[in-house]
Design a binder for this molecule. Sequence first.
Ligand SMILES: *[C@@H]1O[C@H](CO)[C@@H](O)[C@H](O)[C@H]1NC(C)=O
Ligand SMILES: *[C@@H]1O[C@H](CO)[C@@H](O)[C@H](O)[C@H]1NC(C)=O
Length: 412
Amino acid sequence: MTVKNFPRQSADGCHNLSNSSQTTTITSAGEMGARIFLRTWRLFTHERRSRSLSYLGVGVLASGVAWYHGIREASAARNQLDTSRFMADPVTPTGDLSKSPGDMKTKMELLILKIQSDFCRSLESVEDGTKFKVDKWSRKEGGGGITCVLQEGTVFEKAGVNISVVSGQLPPGAVRQMRARGKELDEGSLPFFAAGVSAVIHPRNPMVPTIHFNYRYFEVTNKNGSVQWWFGGGTDLTPYYLNEEDARHFHRTLKDACDQHDPSYYSKFKDWCDNYFVIEHRGERRGLGGIFFDDLDSPNQENAFQFVKSCAEAVIPSYIPLVKKHKDDGYGYAERQWQLLRRGRYVEFNLIYDRGTKFGLYTPGARYESILMSLPLTARWEYMHQPSADSKEGKLMEVLKVPRDWLNLQGK
Ligand SMILES: *[C@@H]1O[C@H](CO)[C@@H](O)[C@H](O)[C@H]1NC(C)=O
Ligand SMILES: *[C@@H]1O[C@H](CO)[C@@H](O)[C@H](O)[C@H]1NC(C)=O
């Protein structure tokens, strides 16, 4: 089993991992991911500091800069498209975006740029001056992305907020997989467009939960020019200690966002989330869930977009209050050890089961730094660790084994 090769890792670093002979014992399906993981780990700890990232000043033109809402107005006054609050310039040249304000590709790119900068600035606002590093990259096949990482902060040990806007040709194998999922697509290679935002936040204090979210839009064009499009995404929470009030706040905020669009969405997407983030070999969930959906192409493109927008905008109110509430809570060695152990479980899920990670890593020329950005800076494995049922750790395990109906909807 892949993961058993890791437990010698120390709690506060990865000195043991620099012995590369350890990696040679790793066999199994996770081999490739694990190797890249180790390599990345070393990169992060030893080389990261010297790597030349493009540090874009995050000190921003003050308050007055308004995010401009009416895309339609932009076509009248082209250079009004205000990109000054974004973490970096849009991936698509601003001139091109201004020319197609009604196109979903434009709307989605502008949405994820804004979600990224709002979330990064919101996280920075609870830090003691630690800022995001901004890395803008491009892909020779088309498009690129903006990767923002905040590492070794006071509140956040590692926070990654990533957007990507890519286009090109889907290989026939990928098209076949989409056809198998019910997409009406021709066989062979087809042009595609994908834009998404994804983030994983690992706080230092074990009383502050980890959050993950991802919202994405996909388009594939058939030979006759017809376009298949869909949205996917979700937000989920992974606490180390269970606080029921926090769990209810988090789920309530997501439900409110869903309810504005369809009264059936929250329940459906909560269940989907509970069934997705499962660490199968342990029979437990990664966390307390949230919402998760894919292949959303109804009721129409604009309404689906508005739903995704509401979900993405619910991230800050669902999470930042929990950070503020708990960032100064007291904790000791035992709580920290438990946090690291649970992060190990997070890694198990991401490397063994997460489709996004696997898809990314097996793609030739994959940008593994971004794909593995979601992994925590430190984690821990302990042989046969079993918290007692009546401990605080045991209380968390209970809800990871049997997901709860946080908002008491079944009883109504
Ligand atoms: C984050 O960036 C990587 C490429 O560096 C990409 O593969 C991944 O899909 C991105 N995530 C999202 C949701 O944009
Ligand atoms: C275009 O091609 C797709 C896939 O083969 C097909 O489902 C669709 O009906 C076609 N549309 C038109 C307008 O011919």
